[in-house]
Design a binder for this molecule. Structure first.
Ligand code: HEM
Length: 411
């Protein structure tokens, strides 16, 4: 077995702020290679577009983290709140994956997502009004005031989380996802316990009184069909909140920076708002809010572009590198909202393709539309080099902790 040559993750600030030169160098060196992760585990890193697409749909690369932990507890870090909350679709293989995805999909049917549109527009408007009250030349934090609360409030509405519980829950998720190394700090454990207690309470109240929201749909699915266990129900709720807010926050935050840095592209978009859907796909490709897919474990030896991954080893697919593969995209390092559309891997691929993609696209369309439409003079309040992409682990999430801007006079 060859020695790991690079440590992957927990990068220095410069790499965290811009990992693309590293992605580029590693992919050019070899599209599939062995690395050591920051937690000490070893893994196979997939960086090329062809290999990434193949890996994402290869059933021999299992997502069943609990089985992998059973097999070899050292293979992967279970994270918080631990294996008891890890039985959701993102961590399962067929046939359980299909069963859970089918049940949860009931809450993601197009009519239910479309019905959220007025609420998302209202939330975007309210948040921007609050920011605007500071005055056009005041410095406001667009992450804290807009990019974070918008998707968080939307996922709370979709789930039916009562208003009075949202602030506490939001704070706990912020704490839980502060980066740490080694074992989790006490505040992260406390935040995780608080989230678990809130979710249990949410399910209990929905059992007492049925409501027509996502939790209501899932509770009914578990009661009527006896097909969703309590563990699967709670794990699914936890995963939906996690997958459903910080990701979109990063799309909005990273996307605003990208557009402000590329005034020609911003102008094109302002002149023709019909370009918005294409612009959103390009922003996801260009600066991946989710730079890597979640971990997979090989159940048997798998060949990826001529590199053999032995059984029981971890695989990490770098979507950010694959989405900048010059073998697949012309001028991949250029932000071009008019580029000839080619599918990107920013929402994954295969059976685990992002279930929330239609919701994320709708939220992004409304968020960018409301922000850019209302504030034609929006600009960064600090030098671009002062921005820090320190939110998230840089692997499955890459986002800004703060985005100081001046909104300028409203239109
Ligand atoms: C810009 C925003 C988003 C991005 C970039 C994103 C990205 C992804 C990616 C890359 C995966 C595949 C992970 C893998 O194969 O390991 C995924 C899966 C998933 N996402 Fe998203 N996501 C976003 C927003 C959302 C939202 C808003 C929701 C729900 C409210 C959501 C729910 C899910 C779920 C449930 C899965 C698991 C699907 C499965 O395993 O079958 N995501 N997402």
């Amino acid at each position: 077995m060859s020695e790991p040559i690079t440590t992957w993750g927990a990068w220095d600030e410069a790499t965290q702020n811009d990992p693309y030169p590293l992605f580029e160098r590693m992919r050019a060196e070899c599209p599939v290679q062995r690395v050591r992760l920051a937690d000490g585990h070893e893994a196979w890193l997939v960086l090329g577009h062809v290999a990434a697409q193949q890996a994402l749909k290869d059933g021999r690369l299992s997502k069943d983290i609990v089985a992998a932990l059973d097999e070899d507890p050292d293979v992967v870090d279970p994270g918080l709140p631990g294996p008891a909350f890890a039985r959701h679709m993102m961590n399962l293989d067929p046939p359980d994956h299909a069963r859970l995805r089918r049940l949860v999909s009931r809450a993601f049917v197009p009519t239910r997502i479309a019905a959220l549109e007025p609420s998302i527009e209202r939330i975007a408007r309210e948040l921007l009004e609050e920011l605007e009250a500071a005055g056009p030349e005041s410095i406001v934090d667009l992450v804290e005031g807009f990019a974070y609360p918008l998707p968080f409030r939307v996922i709370c509405e979709l789930l039916g989380v009562p208003e009075e519980d949202r602030v506490g829950l939001r704070q706990s998720f912020r704490t839980l996802f502060q980066p740490w190394s080694g074992s989790p700090p006490p505040e992260a454990v406390a935040a995780s316990d608080m989230i678990v207690a809130s979710l249990r309470h949410l399910v209990a109240t929905h059992r007492e009184q049925h409501q027509d929201d996502l939790v209501g749909v899932l509770v009914t699915a578990s009661d009527d069909d006896d097909r969703l266990t309590e563990q699967e129900l709670l794990s699914s709720l936890f995963q939906l909140i996690v997958a459903g807010h910080d990701t979109t926050t990063s799309l909005i935050g990273n996307g605003v920076v990208d557009l402000l840095e590329h005034p020609d592209q911003l102008r094109l978009l302002r002149e023709d708002p019909d370009r918005m859907p294409a612009a959103i796909e390009e922003l996801i490709r260009f600066s991946a809010p989710v730079p890597h897919a979640t971990f997979r474990v090989a159940t048997e030896a798998v060949d990826l572009e001529g590199v053999e991954i032995p059984a029981h080893e971890q695989v990490l697919i770098c979507l950010g590198a694959a989405n900048h593969d010059p073998g697949f995209y012309d001028n991949p390092a250029v932000l071009d909202i008019s580029r000839e559309p080619r599918p990107h891997l920013g929402f994954g691929h295969g059976i685990h393709f992002c279930l929330g993609a239609p919701l994320a696209r709708l939220e992004a369309r409304i968020a960018f539309g409301a922000l850019l439409g209302r504030f034609p003079d929006l600009r960064l309040a600090v030098d671009r080099r002062e921005l820090r992409w320190t939110h998230g682990d840089g692997l499955v999430l890459r986002g800004l902790d703060e985005l100081p801007v001046r909104l300028g006079q409203p239109a």
